[in-house]
Unconditional design. Structure first.
Length: 132
């Protein structure tokens, strides 16, 4: 509820954000029993994202979209378990901290915030090009 001079009214707000990133990290890998490994690293990520918002009430309506790049700090912690000679189960937790420069859309300005945790789990397939 907001007062725009014409009394209290309900304001509907919608926003969305998406981004993709490529981390570049350095760290340590600890192998266990030739079938499992834990790794941790830190560095930076090259990120691109898009942010949009809209506000709507009985007396006002506004929307804006912003797209931009950033280089947030990155930290990773992950593990792999070898199922076969060239297949592994994996999971990774990545933390990014950073945002884009100020992006303009008409008369609006915003930054795209890349800060947050990402969790990835999956199946990896390895191929050793040097074994043949």
């Amino acid at each position: 509820i907001n007062d725009f001079g014409s009394g209290d009214e309900v304001v509907d707000v919608e926003y969305s954000i998406w981004f993709c990133y490529v981390p570049v990290t350095a760290g340590v890998i600890i192998d266990f029993w030739n079938e499992a490994r834990i790794y941790a690293g830190g560095g930076a990520a090259f990120a691109y994202g898009s942010y949009s918002n809209s506000f709507k009430s009985a007396s006002a309506e506004h929307n804006a979209s912003f797209s931009g790049y950033g280089v947030p700090l990155a930290a990773e912690l992950g593990c792999e378990y070898l199922v076969t000679g060239n297949t592994a189960l994996c999971c990774v937790v990545t933390y990014l901290h950073g945002r884009s420069d100020i992006v303009k859309d008409g008369s609006d300005y915003a930054r795209i915030d890349f800060t947050g945790f990402n969790f990835t789990a999956g199946l990896l397939f390895y191929y050793d090009f040097q074994s043949e």
